[in-house]
Design a protein. Structure first.
Lengths: 168, 316
């Protein structure tokens, strides 16, 4: 089935079996291996990408559902020579060990900071009428869809906090 | 995943026709539940009709002073909406208690209502399950039934409905609007949407073949406080063992049955002057302990009492 998806700013024409998930299209058809397959059931967040600026699990979406959409993967966030501030912060704070969950963590962080800027509430939001304050409890709650089996959570929190404070 | 064909619907009538005419066709909205179940071959549609881009995502005020929420609005859009936050905080709290941000960004309101149970035996294709294979038996009744229903179950099924959002919608007295196979529209209350298992647990809702939920309609909020509480094994991103939604004098429970459970006995007890604790216990007088889920009876009563107390302005 013919599908065109704009991936990291480039229109990519694909001809896919409808069963192909967005995750598999990115990895196997477009050779963008930065997006990781962890559980493949929406439980771990390793496959998190941005679709039209919003974070989703790419394993729980069919590529054909995204005809005309704009997808950002970790390859579109930064390059080894020009790291995104979030990538720099993860390095500086030592926010990973094996690194497998890291692309998902970073894409998720990008989406999360936009959600906070847009004042979307979370379970940690006490006052639905107030402007959201990005407390540690808010960051932890908002990042709960991204698991890290090396348990680098304190460092991930520190990295996100440093980026959020620098951007504020 | 089994092979299937895919089409993107361009209008509601066409979508409904495509699904109504093919018993193995399914609507696809966000896909967060359906695609997961298709990977496990629990759902095996041969045709998917993608309704995700139908123009059904608006959130609008109704003439009655409530809101109409399009069925294709994402869970996140509803929780972020200024009107929803101002009028129905219990709905916002319920939505953000469900899933992860990534799932809520994709999952639709309509899909949330018709998502399927998380009973471990429904997911275990090596075990009997009357929901998955009608007539095969229920493995949960004598099995690992810690999360199983305590109200409204049958000898054929003791599963629970997993939605947080639906519990708040029940407490708020919401209704769904649908379009049926012949293009006819109807409205039915969220409380009337889901069925109890009885002897046909494989039939989960009152929706007919091809009938599509197009909107959720909220009546004006009842007077009084609104609170959503959820008890679970982790602090975040886990299904609920017990949920309670309170909107004024209206109370609904979650995690207790195969549908969001409007707690009419609790409401009657409150109206008769009972304490929150007595009123919560009234609903659970007939609750059944299957062996491993008995703790949910106490947990649900305490959680509901705390939510009622909090909604009344007390410390809980």
């Amino acid at each position: 089935m013919k599908t065109t998806i704009t991936v990291n700013g480039q229109a990519r024409a694909l001809d896919l079996d409808p069963r192909t998930t967005l995750l598999d299209a990115l990895r196997e058809e477009l050779d963008l291996k930065g997006t990781k397959k962890g559980c493949d059931h929406g439980q771990c967040g390793a496959c998190t990408v941005l679709v039209n600026g919003v974070r989703i699990n790419s394993c729980l979406s069919l590529a054909v559902m995204h005809d005309g959409d704009a997808v950002t993967t970790i390859e579109g966030v930064g390059t080894p020579d020009a790291l995104h501030p979030i990538q720099q912060a993860f390095l500086k704070e030592d926010a990973f060990q094996c690194g497998y969950c890291t692309p998902g963590q970073i894409c998720s962080t990008l989406g999360m900071l936009k959600e906070v800027a847009d004042n979307w509430p979370s379970q940690a939001t006490e006052d639905l009428a107030a402007k959201i304050e990005l407390t540690d409890a808010e960051i932890r709650e908002r990042m709960s869809g991204n698991l890290c089996r090396c348990s680098a959570y304190p460092q991930i929190l520190a990295a996100i906090r440093s980026v959020a404070e620098a951007g504020a | 995943m089994r092979p299937f064909t895919y089409e993107r619907a361009t209008d509601v009538e066409g979508a409904v026709r495509a699904v109504a005419g093919n018993p193995d066709a399914r609507f696809l909205a966000g896909g967060t539940n359906l695609l997961d179940l298709m990977k496990l071959e629990i759902e095996r549609p041969t045709h998917l009709v993608d309704v995700g881009r139908l123009p059904l995502s608006a959130i609008e005020a109704t003439a009655e002073g409530g809101l109409r929420i399009g069925a294709m609005a994402t869970n996140s859009q509803v929780a972020a909406d200024a009107q929803v936050r101002a009028l129905y905080p219990v709905l916002v709290q319920a939505i953000v208690a469900g899933g992860s941000a990534q799932l809520r960004n994709k999952a639709s309101v309509g899909g949330n209502l018709v998502q399927r149970t998380r009973c471990p035996y429904f997911y275990d294709t090596t075990k009997p399950c009357n929901k998955r294979v009608a007539g095969s038996g229920c493995s949960a009744i004598d099995g690992l039934n810690r999360s199983a229903a305590i109200l409204g179950a049958s000898e054929h099924c003791v599963a629970t409905h997993p939605s947080d959002m639906a519990v708040a919608l029940s407490a708020l007295g919401a209704a769904v609007e649908t379009v049926g196979a012949k293009g006819q529209t109807r409205s039915l209350s969220v409380d009337a949407l889901h069925r109890l298992p009885g002897d046909t647990p494989q039939i989960e809702t009152e929706l007919t073949a091809g009938e599509l939920i197009t909107a959720v309609v909220l009546p004006p909020p009842p007077a009084g406080g609104q609170v959503y509480r959820k008890a679970r094994d982790r602090a975040s991103y886990a299904g609920g063992l017990a949920m309670a939604a309170v909107a004024g004098n209206q109370v609904a429970l979650g995690g207790v049955a195969l549908k969001p459970w409007r707690a009419l006995k609790t409401e009657a007890a409150l109206a008769a002057g009972a304490s929150p604790s007595e009123a919560a216990k009234a609903e659970l007088a007939d609750a059944e302990d299957l062996g491993r889920n008995g703790f949910k009876i106490t947990l649900t009563a305490r959680l509901a009492a705390a939510a009622i107390t909090q909604a009344q302005g007390g410390e809980a």
